[in-house]
Design a protein around this ligand. Sequence first.
Ligand code: HEC
Length: 153
Amino acid sequence: MKSNKIAIFAILLWVVTVAVFITFFIRGNTVSGTDNRTAIVLKAGERELVLNEMRGLLATTQGIVEGLNQNDMKRVAQAAQASGMASAADVNPALMAKLPLSFKSLGMSVHHDMDDIAKAAAEGKPTAELQKQLGNTLAKCVACHSAWQIKAE
Ligand code: HEC
């Protein structure tokens, strides 16, 4: 009887641990933000890393727009590639764990889009098509920025 209780307790403890882990995995390290957004709490260095990646995305956007304007598809492809999936591959697991699941999937889909834009440019797709792709991607930038902010610990 006693060992039965211990077994039930152990299982409960396991369930709670898994539940906490899953909750953290989905929610990341977040608190209510100051401006109706949700704040992701990161170490100062981690925040700088994410913001640095963001400035890379802005530079990529500028490169794509400029390349399209000059009808320079090589420039478009290079600019887009710089923010492709490969650029996100080396983010450390401790930081990844703090980012909410929906944030990560939105972020990854933007990197994916950039690879698609690079591919479309390399294939010589028409400017209007590339502009449409970029517009769809920018909608994701806007959606994410309206939902999240990043706070340093
Ligand atoms: C998955 C979410 C997400 C996506 C997608 C995203 N951003 Fe951000 N970005 C953020 C967050 C969060 C911040 C910090 C905002 C804050 O703390 O107020 C930020 C900040 C920035 C900054 C400010 C950087 C600095 O040094 O302060 C720029 C520029 C930026 N993003 C550009 C972009 C561009 C361009 C795109 C799309 C091509 C993009 N971002 C896509 C979440 C995202």
